[in-house]
Ligand binder design. Structure first.
Ligand code: B3K
Ligand code: ZN
Length: 899
């Protein structure tokens, strides 16, 4: 027995693995679901009347019914009015089986639940002053006994009864009745005409304020839009409302999708495990994804609200009207909906900027996931706890797969495909196969090979080489693809990969005459082409090429792959200065930054002084010309001047040298700052801090460039700059500038900066202590401070009045920020950071397993670190594994990481 096996619980006690290959249609379906919730302080009584009938699609007629149920107290259960007794049914682990069930019947169950003590934030729970629900994926079984699986779709009617101190009583659909009840209580009845799986059920009861608006749909129906919040937050709803109206319009225009109920509601909740939830007609949001106003919310916050509001709204079609057959199909709704919301954001702001942001996220977090122990294809084959599969892979890589389909089919055919998908499957629970089939049928394209993207995990690697034959005026590109082995699949078959390219000549993009293919005038001038790579190795020959070009490869990041081509520094400078593809200009800037950092890392590892390093003059000139180019979008300039993050550098490394990465990157930053000091100072001075705040793309871009300039100037240890930074902190009229200045002060070593940082931090808390979301930003800034002793400060913050160890947003702001966003401190002090994290996970394992499991990510990467660190990280994983009563969530991630 190995050490790992010893630390695992005995096989029979281990949670069970669920396999896609075992899928079976349900034996029963539920025609209607009538629910009644009697909410009292301390307990809620749930009556559920289910109209069940045998599923005609089942191979043999079912004669018993197994319902899901967890943490429920059954008070009574009756079948067609006859009360059932102990011999009629049997409890299982999280289930209730009723024997001898007829073809069709009504089942009435009465159960008791305790929302007040539900700290998992799954099912019905209490958050501050209100009651709310979170059912996806399998939370409905914590509310009542039910067929809690997405292929059971039912028509819901819900009555909520509560004390009048909860004046607002909401559920899905349309309000059909309301009135008084005994003992100062009242009720509301909601009916949802669209059948839906239980995971889309929602209920809210609370003392809430709301803003209201109207939207006229394309077929001239009027829809009421309401956003409910705690009264103190009523001034932070406008941005979400605008985003919502824009989303409704966009889905009509771009996908032909109209909203279908008379009312659409959003409720903001402070205790929430993730960002938001698309419950039919009643979206429930984490306050962090709906509330926004300039004084309290950063630009990033404004953009997140817009994106998440859109995402949840778009689920009304991609997820609710057409839902998933089983949870292996999760990317069917999530990948598609992320693709939809990212296109929406691109249309609302800048397309290239949005692409850069999405790709940055994908390449740092998703690529790392795909190379680690939790790697899985976008349609997994198995899971222990489905909550663990709401991942970067299912969401972000899933969206990239849809983007590739859109690229391969072209705009028109892609739209035909989605139209057919919605039409064919409206009201059904379907699979990713169904989605691809609709796209294939509508476009006439064979997508058989493409489907490998759904079943093979890992990030493909493209090795590109080229050859220019001057005499023949031919230029050839040879692309080899490979994909590293992942836990469940060692040998991969070649993927179908769209590789968008252009060729840069001395005077700009060259026209493309691909041998044996028609010229492609889709781009207007035939300078852009999507090559379709299907074999392990393929050569593409371009004719009439009059000079040796610089290839611009994978334009717009046309596929989620790692591209390798041996660019010289001069090639990269050419691409950065004049590629017609904005994304690739940025990409070249990042490659240049990487080259410089990698050289510094080598010097650091040889024990050399950074003082001996110098930035190449051409590189400095190229950066300078970007800074001085007024025709460029300022947001792009800001991104081009920002070096690749430590997280991305770690992802690229086979073995992560935490110190080399941190100190080398810092050294290169300093060198850039010194060289471009005057340009940064000019940009900083030119910015007018008194101008009124706007959350438009231009205004956001200007702020981001100005704050990048401030960041560079601050590394130069200059008293005037430190004072200017403090001045920005005090005078700024918006949170973006306040937080940017505060972050700079907190991270600057100079004694003056530290002194001012302390005063500013105290002032900030004093000012914002009653705004929970603002306090979270204050916590985060401190948790990500790269200076020594941060772990001690993090521990002190845990005891601060501002902290609440039960609130996921607070845990994310403090613990997750420190462990994921502060490598130099998390990995310091002989494993003190690892120990700290494991301690948190062990506490959260019982309190909130989903959050506990999420926090594990940095420890799962232990194999990428030095032997010393490996040992320390593994020790903590084993300590977690040995904890009695491990949740399925934590068990799955830890056991897979220890293999
Ligand atoms: N569908 C929800 C996520 C639910 C997560 C459950 N653990 C939000 C979204 O993706 O829109
Ligand atoms: Zn979603």
């Amino acid at each position: 027995m190995t050490a790992v096996e010893q630390s695992l619980p005995a096989k029979e006690q281990q949670p069970k693995t669920i396999y896609l290959k075992d899928y079976q249609v349900p034996g029963y379906l539920i025609k209607t679901t009538d629910l009644r919730f009697e909410i009292y302080e301390g307990e809620t009584i749930v009556s559920a009347m289910l109209h069940l009938y045998r599923n005609p699609a089942a191979s043999t007629p079912a004669t018993q019914l197994t319902l899901h149920g967890a943490d429920l107290e059954l008070i009574s259960i009756a079948l067609d009015g006859k009360v059932l007794t102990g011999s009629d049914y049997e409890f299982g682990e999280e289930s209730l089986t009723i024997f001898n069930t007829p073809a069709e019947f009504k089942l009435l169950s009465i159960t008791k639940i305790k929302p007040e003590s539900n700290t998992s934030l799954e099912g019905l729970y209490r958050s501050r002053t209100m009651y709310c629900t979170q059912c996806e994926a399998e939370g409905f079984r914590k509310i009542t006994y039910y067929l809690d699986r997405p292929d059971v779709m039912s028509e819901f009617t819900t009555t909520v009864v509560a004390d009048k101190k909860y004046p607002v009583l909401l559920s899905n659909g349309n309000l059909i009745d309301q009135g008084d009840a005994e003992n100062n209580r009242h009720y509301a009845t909601w009916h949802d005409p669209f059948k839906k799986p239980a995971y889309l059920f929602a209920l809210v009861a609370g003392d809430l304020a709301h803003i209201e608006d109207k939207f006229t749909t394309c077929s001239k129906r009027e829809v009421t839009l309401k956003i409910f919040v705690e009264p103190k937050d009523l001034d932070k709803c406008d941005h979400a409302m605008t985003s919502l109206k824009n989303s409704l319009r966009w889905d009509e225009e771009v996908y032909g999708r109209e909203y279908d109920l008379n009312i659409f509601m959003i409720v903001a909740v402070d205790d929430f495990n993730m960002g938001a939830m698309e419950n039919k007609g009643l979206n429930i949001f984490n306050t962090s994804c709906v509330l926004a106003k300039p004084e309290t919310t950063t630009d990033g916050g404004f953009q997140r609200v817009e994106g998440v509001v859109a995402h949840e709204y778009f689920h009304n079609w991609s997820g609710n009207r057409v839902t998933c057959r089983d949870w292996f199909q999760l990317s069917l709704k999530e990948g598609f909906t992320v693709y939809r919301d990212s296109e929406f954001s691109a249309d609302m702001g800048s397309r290239t900027v949005k692409r850069v942001e999405d790709v940055t996220l994908l390449r740092t977090l998703q690529f790392a996931e795909d190379a680690g122990p939790m790697a899985h294809p976008i349609r997994p084959e198995s899971y222990i706890e489905i909550s663990n599969f709401y991942t970067m892979t299912i969401y972000e890589k899933g969206a990239e797969i849809i983007r590739m389909l859109a690229t391969l089919l072209g705009k028109e055919n892609f739209r035909k495909g989605t139209d057919l998908y919605f039409e064919r499957h409206d009201g059904q629970a379907v699979t990713t196969e169904d989605f691809v089939a609709a796209l294939s049928d509508a476009s006439g394209r064979d997508l058989t090979q493409f489907k490998r993207w759904y079943s093979q995990a890992g990030t493909p690697r493209l090795q590109v080489s080229d050859h220019y034959d001057e005499d023949a005026q031919e230029y050839s590109l040879t692309i080899k693809q490979s994909c590293p082995p992942t836990p469940e699949c060692q040998q991969k078959l070649p993927f179908h990969i769209p590789v968008a390219i252009g060729l840069l000549g001395s005077a700009g993009d060259l026209p493309l005459y691909l041998k044996d293919a028609e010229p492609d005038f889709e781009t207007g001038d035939n300078t852009h082409k999507v090559l379709e790579l299907t074999a392990a190795e393929q050569t593409f020959v371009f004719q009439r090429v009059q000079e040796k070009p610089v290839p611009s490869l994978l334009r717009g990041f046309s596929a989620p792959v790692k591209l390798h081509y041996d660019y010289s520094r001069d090639d990269l400078i050419v691409l950065m200065s004049r590629d017609s593809d904005g994304f690739n200009r940025w990409e070249a800037s990042q490659q240049l930054g990487l080259q410089a950092i990698h050289r510094a890392m080598e010097a650091y590892q040889r024990g050399e002084d950074f003082a001996a390093l110098q930035l190449d003059v051409d590189l400095v000139a190229a950066y300078r010309s970007v800074l001085q180019d007024d025709s460029l979008d300022k947001a792009m300039v800001a991104y081009m001047l920002s070096l690749p993050s430590e997280a991305y550098l770690s992802e690229l490394a086979d073995l992560v040298d935490v110190e080399a990465i941190h100190y080398s990157r810092t050294a290169i930053r300093k060198m850039i700052a010194r060289e471009l000091r005057d340009d940064f100072a000019r940009i900083y001075r030119a910015y007018d801090h008194a101008q009124p705040y706007a959350a438009t793309a231009d205004a956001i871009a200007a702020r981001s460039l100005k704050n990048v300039a401030l960041g560079y100037l601050m590394v130069l240890v200059d008293e005037t700059v430190v004072r200017a930074c403090e001045q920005q902190y005090r005078a700024a009229n918006n949170m973006t500038d306040v937080i940017a200045a505060l972050t700079q002060l907190v991270n600057a070593e100079a004694p003056l900066a530290q002194q001012l940082a302390e005063v500013a931090l105290a002032d900030f808390y004093q000012r914002w202590q009653h705004e929970s979301l603002v306090v979270n930003q204050w916590i985060s800034v401190q948790a990500t401070c790269v200076l020594p002793n941060t772990l001690a400060k993090v521990k002190t913050l845990q005891t601060h009045a501002a902290y609440d160890g039960k609130n996921p947003n607070k845990i994310r702001a403090l613990v997750a920020s420190f462990c994921n966003g502060n490598a130099i401190n998390f990995h310091a002090d002989a494993g003190a950071g690892y120990q700290f994290l494991a301690d948190q996970i062990i506490v959260l394992n019982t309190q909130n397993p989903q959050i506990a499991s999420r926090l594990l990510t940095p420890l799962t990467k232990w194999k990428k670190y030095s032997p010393d660190r490996q040992r320390l990280m593994k020790t903590e994983l084993e300590r977690i594994m040995a904890t009695p009563g491990l949740s399925k969530d934590v068990f799955e991630v830890v056991s897979k990481s220890l293999v």
